[in-house]
Write a protein that binds this ligand. Structure first.
Ligand SMILES: Nc1ncnc2c1ncn2[C@@H]1O[C@H](COP(=O)(O)OP(=O)(O)OP(=O)(O)O)[C@@H](O)[C@H]1O
Ligand SMILES: [Mg+2]
Length: 522
């Protein structure tokens, strides 16, 4: 080979290195191909460059027609100078195109370009497989020389690695999108099946509540609903009212904790005009709820005096307004809720035992969200759908966000989860809500501050929930784990009735059986 002046050689080498750097940070195949063509023309001082990729199935080479265009040129992989480079694996240098039998004129006819000279080298990956060919056309001064061959060969070997990476990433993205779509469809089906009375949840604990609500729908028994804040006590109270024969009569909710003691009586029973100066007649909540349901929230916060008065109304079915002289008959069904332990309050003397038994004909206890973590994915998707219905903005969760949510402590229970979903939805920049969005505001478990919540076996422990963001294997695993758990739940909930479980999951029986085989569920 002719001697190459050191300076020129070093300059080219450094250009090649800088191009390689640019190539290795580009992940989008189309942009990468444009970048390669652009850089090669500058490096080799020529008019054009094309990258042909080998489609092994069809034995064709394909290339984008021009920089920035999406038009694709396809040709038989044995044809032309690029075809020769691919079949022989060698660099093919053609100083005079129209005199060379290997030159395939049809491409010039097709693109309207006039090729004078060209150089093509095969592109191989690190295993030595040929991925296609890198071709440069019409050197500006004279034909391509041995140094150009060397430079293009060096460039082509790096290009091959970058192309393979970009192809892999494109493929992974496609798979990921398909999975997310399937996941969203699955949720939609599950969701529509389980949202009776607006109480969402497929597990045993929530389904027990739903069944109880259904069982008492025709009776007018008093119900005490207990549970921590935000667990759905009011939701259940409404479900009871709106499935009862009183559904068209008023549902009146009163938060006892928000009532200052001097106002309790007038608020509950009403007040006559002129009891004190300037006082107008007011109807009390019991009377407002006449024929319907009165929901006394935080009943554990009522004073003993107020408790005594309520007991009287329940026994005698009449109210007396403050300052009134007559008893007004009322027909009210009482639902009460508290997050206090009323039996402990009774023991302390701050709650009346007789009232307790009167309001607790039926007792419904709402589980804390950390006790029913398996419901978190369904609930989160339910709230996201609620947001979409209100705003018309369709969003979705990245599966790793769901996993993180399922492991979070949620001291504020379902209300906190709902608020968090609404906040994430309102702040979402893109259709998909990702891990980064989630981490911004959520109180995550801290090793010491929060007692480690019990995490179901299918979930990673809170400390180990890091799901690699780009790793498609862990993404698939996450979805698979979730799917497997939902199938197990459905089978448990139906005592292994495959027909029913399949229906719950929105699958055919055969579809369920296939999945059970795949997940080795006996
Ligand atoms: N199982 C559920 N399915 C769907 N939404 C739920 C469920 N449980 C609670 N929610 C929602 O969570 C929010 C809080 O529920 P709710 O107000 O009934 O809780 P609460 O127990 O009365 O809370 P607090 O004790 O703080 O008054 C509401 O928006 C409610 O619709
Ligand atoms: Mg409430």
């Amino acid at each position: 080979m002719a001697s190459i002046p050191g300076g020129d050689f070093a300059e080219r080498l450094s250009s090649i290195l800088s191009i390689c750097q640019k190539m290795s940070s580009e992940r989008d195949l189309g942009t990468l191909l444009d970048l390669m063509a652009h850089e090669a023309t500058a490096l080799l001082d020529c008019d054009r460059a094309s990258i042909f990729l080998l489609d092994r199935e069809k034995n064709e080479l394909w290339s984008k027609v021009a920089l920035g265009s999406d038009e694709i040129l396809r040709l038989d992989a044995r044809l032309g100078v690029v075809g020769t480079a691919v079949t022989t694996g060698k660099a093919i240098n053609v100083p005079d195109a129209y005199r060379d039998p290997r030159f395939y004129e049809a491409i010039d006819d097709r693109t309207g370009y006039h090729t004078r000279n060209l150089l093509a080298v095969a592109m191989r990956n690190q295993r030595g497989d040929i991925l296609g060919a890198f071709e440069v056309l019409n050197k500006r001064s004279g034909p391509f020389n041995a140094r150009d061959e060397e430079a293009l060969t060096a460039l082509a070997s790096h290009a091959a690695v970058a192309i393979e990476t970009a192809q892999l990433i494109t493929e992974l993205r496609k798979n990921q999108d398909e999975l997310a779509q399937q996941n969203a469809n699955l949720w939609r089906e599950v969701e529509s099946k389980y949202s009776a009375h607006g109480i969402v949840g497929t597990g045993q604990r929530i389904q027990q509540v739903v069944r109880l609500v259904e069982r008492i729908r025709d009776s007018l028994v008093n119900v005490l609903i207990t549970g921590e804040s935000g667990t759905g006590k009011e939701l259940v109270a409404k479900a009871i009212h709106y499935t009862s024969p009183r559904t068209r009569k008023p549902f009146v909710a009163l938060n006892c904790a928000a009532l200052p003691e001097p106002l309790v009586e007038s608020e509950l029973f009403g007040i006559e005009k002129g009891v004190a100066t300037g006082v107008q007649q007011r109807v009390g909540q019991f009377q407002k709820a006449d024929g319907g349901t009165l929901f006394l929230d935080e009943i554990g916060d009522l004073s003993l005096a107020a408790q005594a008065k309520i007991l009287r109304v329940l026994q005698e079915r009449v109210v007396e307004r403050v300052g009134g002289r007559s008893a007004i008959p009322v027909d009210v069904r009482l639902l009460a809720a508290t997050n206090k332990d009323l039996e402990a309050e009774i023991a302390r003397g701050s709650f009346r035992e007789d009232l307790y038994y009167r309001i607790k004909v039926i007792h419904i206890h709402m589980p804390a969200l950390r006790e029913i973590r398996e419901e978190i994915p369904l609930l989160a998707n339910h709230f996201l759908k609620e947001y979409a219905n209100e705003t018309g903005r369709e969003l979705e969760f990245a599966p790793e966000v769901i996993l993180k949510m399922a492991a979070a402590p949620w001291p504020g229970n379902i209300r906190q989860l709902r608020n968090e979903v609404m906040r994430l939805a309102a702040c979402a920049r893109q259709r998909r809500i990702t891990e980064e969005d989630f981490w911004e505001g959520i109180p995550m478990p801290r090793a010491a501050a929060v007692a480690a919540p019990a995490v179901p076996a299918f979930l990673p422990a809170p400390a180990a929930t890091a799901v690699s963001r780009s790793g498609s294997r862990s993404l698939k695993r996450a979805v698979a784990d979730l799917e497997r758990q939902m199938i197990l739940d459905a089978l448990n909930g139906t005592r292994n009735n495959q027909q029913q479980a399949a229906r719950q999951l929105g699958l055919s029986r055969q579809g369920l059986i296939n999945k059970m085989k795949r997940y080795a569920i006996a």
